[in-house]
Design a protein around this ligand. Structure first.
Ligand code: ADE
Ligand code: ZN
Length: 334
């Protein structure tokens, strides 16, 4: 079996996926025309040509500009349905979708509009593809803690409609500790907790995410490798890391995929998963992340299977939901 076919045959969960980051330029232009929103680019080709990032911020500037095309409930529905079709083709059985409501409410788009469109897509994806999903509300860390608190207030009447909260956007200068009180409140509300940490920020931000926010998974976390004590802790506690290899290359966290530290993390016994982050911007959905990483780092089929297993283990689902996936995975040969 070809490696690409093998990877798609592995039942896997995608745990680090910004739904706004799945907005392909074609859909962006279609929505912008339909909604009479001006984009900073003249064409689909010019848009793709602009995706030449130097760091996280240079990407975020374009990502927020593109998200302006999303206005109506059906826009969010179409966006998520396009993602689910690709995820299904890649062998994803479960997806946990990040969404950034502050990006939309700041433009006058109601929280309920965003959530309704995504929710309808999640239900449709389950019916059409058998993919289960969760929604994770991400707070934008470049904004103030007061802003995020106001966002949470708005979200409170809809608490049953999302499963967890995360922390994303510009990492450097915005440590997890800035949001200590917010996340304490989210924990009291019974929400699952994750946070981006150690993508561009130092290992100390990963420690803060663990100790102050009390996250259940670390999004990215690759800079943990700079701190041996933290590496030992992540291995001992089996904290899942949602690593996004193609994202890390496109945002210049590592110069090339061959120099990515995913193999080192894996060899140190960390619970590594592979995810796509913002696939419309970074040149590949989850199966391509697995494949390109496998080729660059000589990952064996057994290692790819272990990574898929980690993703199923780290999903926010009950054991009855997880069990049939594990049975299916076990049936795939090494
Ligand atoms: N928002 C979307 N993608 C992100 C990333 N890779 N890091 C931080 N914030 C993001
Ligand atoms: Zn991310």
């Amino acid at each position: 079996m070809e490696l690409d076919t093998y990877i798609r045959a592995l039942p896997k969960a995608e745990l680090h996926l910004h739904i706004e980051g799945t907005l392909e330029p074609e859909l962006m232009f279609r929505l912008a025309a339909r909604n009479q929103v001006a984009l900073p680019w003249a064409s689909v080709e010019q848009t793709r040509a602009a995706y030449d990032f130097t760091d996280l911020q240079s990407f975020l500037d374009l990502y927020y500009a593109g998200a302006a095309a999303l206005i109506h409930e059906q826009d969010f529905h179409e966006l998520a349905m396009a993602y689910f079709a690709r995820a299904h083709a890649d062998g994803v059985v479960h997806a946990e979708l990040f969404f950034d409501p502050q990006t939309h409410t700041s433009r006058g788009v109601a929280f309920d509009t965003v959530l309704s469109g995504l929710e309808r897509a999640c239900a449709e994806a389950h019916a059409r593809y058998g993919i289960s999903s969760r929604l994770i509300l991400c707070f934008l860390r470049h904004l103030s803690a007061e802003d995020s608190y106001a966002m949470l207030e708005q979200a409170l009447p809809h608490l049953a409609r999302f499963h967890g909260v995360g922390l994303d956007s510009s990492e450097k200068g915005h440590p997890p500790s800035k949001f200590a009180r917010l996340f304490a409140r989210c924990r009291e509300l019974g929400l699952h907790i994750v946070a981006h940490a150690g993508e561009e920020g130092p290992p100390a931000y990963i420690v803060e995410a663990l100790d102050i926010l009390k996250v259940e998974r670390i999004d990215h976390g690759v800079r943990a490798a700079e701190d041996p004590a933290l590496m030992q802790r992540l291995a001992r506690e089996q904290v899942p890391l949602t690593v996004c290899p193609l994202s890390n290359i496109r945002l210049c966290v590592f110069p090339t995929l061959a120099q990515h530290n995913l193999r080192a993390l894996l060899d140190a016994g960390l619970k590594v998963t592979i995810n796509s982050d913002d696939p419309a911007y970074f040149g590949g959905y989850v199966a391509k992340n697995y494949l390109d990483t496998a080729l660059a780092l000589s990952l064996t089929r057994a290692e790819l299977k272990r990574i898929a297993r980690n993703s199923l283990d780290a999903a926010f689902v009950d054991e009855a939901t997880r069990a049939p996936w594990l049975t299916r995975l076990a049936a795939v040969p090494d």
